[in-house]
Design a protein around this ligand. Structure first.
Ligand code: TNX
Length: 499
């Protein structure tokens, strides 16, 4: 046995890294259960192909595009089957000497299983041109499903506008970590980014600049729908946000009548917060809000509309409540469910409404009260989940008002037991917001999201029983070469043993 150990050590030492199969289960987020089959593995042959069972053609096409493999008409190297035992977004992945099977009950489940398989294949599959080689996958079974239904990222395109291509690029990157919700922050003081036909100056005036005075921009409805469809192909639901009644300078600058004094303020290109509000005592403001929400609901297939509701610091609590109590019911009337930042907690309940908690403490009596009245919570604690916070005082971009967030800080908290008085059953999920006061390019987005987004994605997907920083940092380190080949410019945190 000592000889066997020495032999193993020698083999490990001389084995070239490039052909080493990943350990089954060495993926992010950690799977629910992993049963390795000792001594079993599957090696792709030159005629490798993908088989789509009934209803699985779209996922097979997606996988074929990733792996540059053909589609076969009978069970092949990789089979995707919609006859699985695991329901919802879950899947089962089996690797035997004969091949690989991903089985699920939904297309979303197959898609998440594909993301797992992707991470079990060599990083070179991500280089965009790689042809199937003698790839080997370790044998066994993974059974996997999410802890939370809502696993989100938010991108603020108001402070710095992002072209459609950058939004799609980010969607592709986060899909690898089983993110299923894209919160699209479409309006703020510095810009209005979506066309509203009934109020055209919102886009043409309100969208004409951004932080720092650049040209800004906006999405046409066709562009927005293109993003929604692209996200849907990746089983990601788009949640559009129109932030109100605060964070509205771009709208106020576009239409004088939305202001109490009837005077449009200049466009704003700074980074201050809390200085603007829609005039809550004017009837035209409610017509405006109704029109905007109706047009947005009509192009949004997902179940949610996000009303913002944060930092309306120039209003009294009574003015704020008057506004929100009128606006919240407009959302269910349009067939959607309200999401708002947790400042909406004190106002009246509306059916199924959801509060997005962004505070930096672990108790908030207004939130606890609202949960008692039936509201649910999305957790985005700013000192854990805000991707716009700097990693350390010396990383180049980002803010630090909520603290510095190194990878371990982003990872070490339990969303199911975070807010006192809020039971895990009231937690819909976790979201990682990316505010963009200091974030301008796709490169900046990547640097702030990677490697923290995968940490938050694991908190949202994996059962707490798998939670382990020691295991996570090692699995995370293995993602590095993959990101390099995907062109992701990530922060090489010294906390992580990068491969
Ligand atoms: C607070 S978080 C804001 C945003 C800023 C962010 C910067 C929240 C709901 N409001 O308007 O962009 O801080 O970190």
């Amino acid at each position: 046995t000592l000889a066997a150990l020495l032999l193993t050590a020698t083999l490990v030492a001389i084995k070239p890294a490039a052909v080493e199969a990943a350990v089954l289960g060495d993926v992010v987020p950690a799977p629910v259960t992993v049963q390795p089959a000792a001594g079993v593995s599957y090696t792709f042959a030159a005629n490798a192909a993908i088989y789509a069972g009934a209803g699985a053609a779209e996922e097979a096409t997606y996988l074929a595009g990733l792996l540059h493999l053909p589609i076969a008409s009978s069970p092949a190297s990789i089979s995707l089957l919609l006859n699985g035992a695991v329901g919802g977004e879950g899947y089962q992945l089996d690797v035997t000497t004969a091949g690989i099977t991903i089985a699920a009950q939904t297309r979303a489940g197959l898609f998440h299983g594909i993301q797992t398989l992707r991470q079990l294949l060599p990083p070179t599959i991500e280089n965009g041109t790689s042809q199937p080689a003698q790839w080997t996958v370790a044998g066994g079974r993974i059974v996997d499903y999410p802890r939370f239904a809502y696993r989100g990222v938010m991108l603020d395109v108001a402070r710095h506008f992002q072209p459609v291509a950058n939004v799609k690029r980010y969607l592709d990157q986060v899909a690898l970590y089983k993110i299923n919700t894209f919160h699209f922050h479409l309006s703020d003081d510095q810009g209005w980014r979506i066309v509203v036909d009934g109020w055209p100056r919102l886009a043409t005036v309100g969208g004409s600049t951004q932080v720092g005075g650049g040209a800004g921009g906006y999405y046409t409805k066709a562009q927005y729908q293109d993003i929604v469809a692209y996200a849907a192909q990746r089983h990601i639901t788009v949640v559009p946000e129109i932030d109100m009644p605060g964070h509205t300078n771009a709208a106020l600058a576009s239409y004088a009548e939305l202001n109490c004094n009837g005077v449009a303020p200049p466009l704003y290109t700074g980074t201050g917060v809390g200085f603007s509000n829609l005039c809550t005592s004017k009837e035209v403001v409610y017509t405006f809000v109704q029109n905007v929400l109706a047009e947005l609901a009509a192009i949004t297939p997902g179940p949610y509309l996000h009303l913002g509701g944060d930092e309306a610091d120039t209003l009294t609590a009574a003015q704020y409540a008057t506004f929100m109590n009128r606006v919240q019911p407009m959302v269910p009337a349009l067939g959607k469910t309200v999401i708002g930042w947790h400042q909406i907690a004190p106002v009246q309940h509306s059916p199924n409404r959801i509060m997005q908690y962004w505070g930096t403490t672990t108790s908030d009596s207004a939130v606890t009260n609202a949960v008692g009245r039936g509201a649910r919570v999305i957790l985005s604690p700013a000192n854990k989940a805000y991707l716009d916070m700097k990693y350390t005082s010396s990383t180049p971009i980002g803010q630090s008002w909520a603290g510095l967030i190194e990878v371990q800080t982003a990872y070490e908290w339990n969303p199911g037991a975070y807010l006192s008085g809020v039971a895990a059953t009231a937690v819909l999920g976790v979201e990682a917001p990316l505010w963009t006061e200091t974030i301008v390019t796709a490169d900046h987005i990547e640097f702030m999201a990677f490697p923290r987004l995968p940490a938050l994605a694991e908190l949202a997907w994996s059962p707490w029983s798998t939670h382990s920083w020691t295991s996570f940092r090692q699995r995370l380190g293995q993602q590095g070469p993959r990101w390099t080949l995907m062109g992701i410019d990530y922060y090489r945190s010294p906390q992580v043993p990068w491969a």
